[in-house]
Design a protein around this ligand. Structure first.
Ligand code: AMP
Ligand code: TRP
Length: 343
């Protein structure tokens, strides 16, 4: 990937990623995704999208959805994404997403979507009662990425399967309509020592916005006292910290806290293990708390400041949507011509 201006299409490389406005943005969202968005903006033209169309695949209270959309936007800015240089916007404000998603509904196969583990997890035993949107969710995600011919997609580990599906959809579209290389095959960027942050209450469950226990996650809006309390309460095992990576693997809670420490301190897991080998969890947690507070508390404060005067946030979204639309419109014109729609 090389640096390219905003309107350049395939060839230079364009970064796209999305975060759902479903509340409780947490440390996993930060370390698995948003933090990497910030790094990528140094070198690439990036679009960062608050995916409100994805959010409504499960019920969202309308007034709460609007607040959560502003909150994710504020978090993007508070974490260091520069809305002047990068494009921050909400998905429903650019019609290309829904239009291309429909076309992809007709490209992707039922069997492909039936294999998606996220659908199976979210729908659980009640698949017949899940929304059609929840089933078709990955097609919309492919549309998000490909409406801009994006080439690189920073996400957490849990999105890998969806990214593979996006590649399959791009490939099938190119083949069905005999337009080789029209859509690029987007590459996932799953980076850093914490691509799958686990619950603080259970090292075998993913840290999640929807976990009933607020102690299972550190929210980006938690203040310093709450961060310290949640780390103090975090589940551990009775042994001191492992002395090598092999030992850490069989101890999910220890492994998770080591990964979090490494990501927050910009070290490798190996470096953290070497530094804390044989230390008690009580001592390690004190250091982890200090580190987490130093990184996260200023972000929380900035989110609160931005949310207190949301006009700026709304203006960022409006300006971002106009810029995103200007990139997507010519691509969608080509798509419609390729499919055979009269223009
Ligand atoms: P979502 O909140 O589901 O929209 O996720 C937004 C981004 O955060 C996606 O790139 C996810 O892969 C990432 N993410 C969500 N939960 C975690 C987690 N526990 N660990 C690492 N990344 C995560
Ligand atoms: N499905 C992603 C998640 O829940 C969010 C998302 C929607 C996304 N569209 C995207 C991520 C496009 C990357 C690219 O985490």
């Amino acid at each position: 990937m090389e640096n390219k201006p905003e309107n350049s299409a395939v060839g230079g490389g364009r970064v796209f990623s999305g975060v759902q406005p479903t509340g409780n943005l947490h440390l996993g969202n930060y370390l698995g995704a948003i933090r990497n968005f910030v790094t990528l903006q140094e070198h690439y033209a990036c679009l960062y999208c608050v995916v409100d169309l994805h959010a409504i695949t499960v019920w969202q209270e309308p007034s709460v959805l609007a607040r959560h959309t502003r909150e994710v936007t504020a978090a993007f800015i508070a974490c260091g994404i520069d809305p002047k240089n990068q494009i921050i916007f909400n998905q429903s404000a650019v019609s290309a997403h829904a239009e291309l998603a429909w076309i992809f509904n007709c490209v992707a196969r039922m069997g492909w979507l039936g294999r998606m583990t996220q659908f199976k997890d979210k729908a659980g035993k009640h698949q017949q009662n899940a929304s059609v949107g929840l089933f078709a969710y990955p097609n919309l995600m492919a549309a998000d990425i490909l409406a801009y011919k994006s080439t690189h997609v920073p996400v957490g580990e849990d999105q890998k399967q969806h990214l593979e599906l996006s590649r399959d959809i791009a490939q099938k579209f190119n083949k069905d309509f005999d337009v080789p290389d029209f859509f690029p095959l987007p590459e996932p960027l799953i980076q850093g020592p914490a691509t799958r942050v686990m619950s603080l209450r259970d090292g075998t469950a993913k840290m999640s916005k929807s976990d009933k226990s607020d102690n299972s996650r550190i929210n980006l809006t938690d203040d310093a006292d709450l961060i310290v309390k949640k780390i103090r309460k975090a589940k551990t095992d009775p042994h001191p910290l492992p002395t090598n990576e092999e030992q850490a693997k069989d101890r999910p809670e220890a492994d998770n806290l080591i990964g979090i420490f490494a990501a927050l301190s910009n070290e490798t897991r190996g470096q953290v293990i070497t530094r804390f080998a044989g230390t008690s969890f009580a001592d390690f947690k004190k250091e982890l708390s200090d580190l987490a507070v130093s990184v996260l508390a200023p972000i929380g404060e900035e989110i609160a400041r931005l949310m207190a005067a949301p006009d700026h946030v709304d203006e960022v979204l409006r300006a971002g949507a106009a810029r995103a639309d200007a990139i997507a419109t010519p691509i969608m014109d080509d798509v419609k011509r390729i499919v055979g729609f009269i223009r």
